[in-house]
Design a protein around this ligand. Structure first.
Ligand code: NDP
Length: 417
């Protein structure tokens, strides 16, 4: 099936692999060589200075990346866990997924802890090799995406994939919705395993680095690490929810998602922890309390909203906030919940996620902009995502979606947006 692509969409898409990797390297150079302050290049010499600091790959980084990738691939393939069906595909068929992420999460920590205890793993190894690891992960994402491009074209799923027929565009956006080798699902694997756990592992290694350099782990560092550990552990605890997310249901698996999973998540979500290694300020008790409350409020909204939809779709008769659930029955047969959290805004789960994102940045203080990169990027991502979801639901549900929007007028933040 052909996906129509306009000129602007084409240019914006193929620009991503050209522009995004340099941005990631640039931010790391600011952290590593400029104490977290932005470097503003104004002369040729400034640009040359930046380019000279792009880290070269090393054998150590390659060995860590390959070992990490293989470890998680084996865990995904062989760790026990219940099998679950994904949502129906275009041809009505459904794929099976083994939900063993919670176990893989704990196996990873048990293995790393054992490695540290027997002296085979240095706690600061990821922090020490951050630059070369980032370079190797970038190269790996480009190579893997090329493989995925070929795989999707050689083995199209019977459901038919939406591709443009333009190789560059399809390389970035993917040629298959669910590229698989046997029962190994590349999208589930990359979305949910090596990059996501690496995010937390790098955070903890950066905390160890702070300890090694300064003899203490500061409250801001503890907060950032604890929030991230909680967020990712919670993700694995509710792993099944990934099967109904936008990425799994609608997005082909190409460079954009692959690079996002393997580079963007582990190497930009760790910016706050990286920044804090050498910024050892403390927080007043009320600041710590305020940040913890903000994260908790965000988490409660995020998790309760997502669970409410999940439970409602499974059992529409179950009460919502102690009352009979209110919903709009659509012509497709699907129900749109209009009470509980889903009666306050159409994507209040995004609001919860944004509150948490802000709580992850605030421990860094207000001296530099870079630690706030996450909340700035994430706001753009979720606003854009809400627009895409809105357009898709409008096309799918037609007048029923209009009725839903009349009943629940707010997009993300009740009373504001
Ligand atoms: P949602 O979980 O909000 O799912 C949107 C879909 O839910 C719609 O397409 C529609 O699908 C269905 N839906 C919409 N309104 C209703 C309703 N009133 N009642 C029942 N079903 C409804 O979106 P995402 O998959 O984008 O996000 C899931 C979570 O992941 C969010 O909390 C988000 O914040 C988080 N997230 C985190 C990211 C990160 O990097 N940390 C990145 C992206 C998301 P249909 O009707 O077809 O079933």
């Amino acid at each position: 099936m052909t996906r129509p692509v306009g000129r602007i969409g084409f240019v914006a898409t193929v620009a991503m692999p050209v522009l995004l990797p340099p941005i990631v390297f640039y931010m790391w150079i600011c952290l590593e060589y400029n104490a977290g302050a932005l470097v503003i290049p104004v002369s040729g010499a400034d640009w040359a200075w930046l380019v000279a600091r792009v880290p070269a790959p090393t054998w150590t980084a390659l060995a860590i990346c390959l070992g990490w990738f293989a470890f998680h691939a084996m865990a995904q393939l062989w760790a026990p866990g219940p099998w679950r069906q994904g949502v129906p595909l275009r041809d009505g068929s459904r794929l099976s997924y083994r939900m063993n992420g919670w176990l893989a999460w704990w196996i990873t920590w048990a293995t790393l802890a054992a490695g540290v205890l027997v002296g085979w793993i240095t706690p600061t190894v990821l922090a020490d090799n951050f630059g070369p690891l980032m370079t190797v992960a970038n190269l790996a994402a480009f190579v893997l995406s090329a493989y995925l491009y070929v795989l999707g074209r050689r083995r199209p799923h019977p459901a038919g994939e939406l591709t443009s027929g333009r190789p560059l565009y399809d390389y970035v956006m993917g040629t298959a919705l669910n590229p698989r080798n046997g029962r190994f699902d590349w999208k589930l694997f990359c979305e949910a395993r090596p990059g996501l756990i690496a995010w937390v592992a790098i955070d903890l290694s950066l905390a160890a680095k702070q300890y090694a350099l300064h003899g203490l782990v500061t409250t801001p560092m503890l907060l950032v690490c604890a929030f991230h550990v909680w967020y990712v552990a919670d993700y694995y605890y509710h792993e099944e929810a990934i099967l109904t997310t936008w990425d799994i249901k609608h997005e082909n698996f190409g460079w954009m998602l692959c690079w996002g999973d393997l580079v963007w998540v582990p190497f930009t979500y760790t910016i706050q922890a990286y920044y804090l290694v050498n910024h050892t300020h403390d927080l007043p008790w009320w600041g710590t309390l305020g940040i913890v409350l903000l994260n908790t409020a965000g988490y409660v909204i995020f998790r309760a909203t997502n669970l409410q939809k999940h439970r409602f779709r499974r059992d529409p008769g179950a009460p919502v906030w102690g009352k009979t659930a209110q919903a709009i029955r659509t012509a497709t047969g699907s129900l749109l919940l209009t009470s509980g959290w889903w009666g306050l805004a159409r994507h209040i789960n995004y609001f919860g996620d944004l509150l948490m994102g802000l709580a992850w940045c605030l421990p860094a203080g207000v001296r530099h902009a870079l630690p706030y990169f996450y909340i700035a990027y994430f706001t753009v991502l979720l606003v854009h995502r809400e627009r895409r979801d809105h357009a898709m639901c409008a096309a799918k549900y037609g007048d029923d979606w209009k009725r839903y929007c009349d009943t629940v007028p707010w997009r993300i933040v009740p009373g504001l947006y």
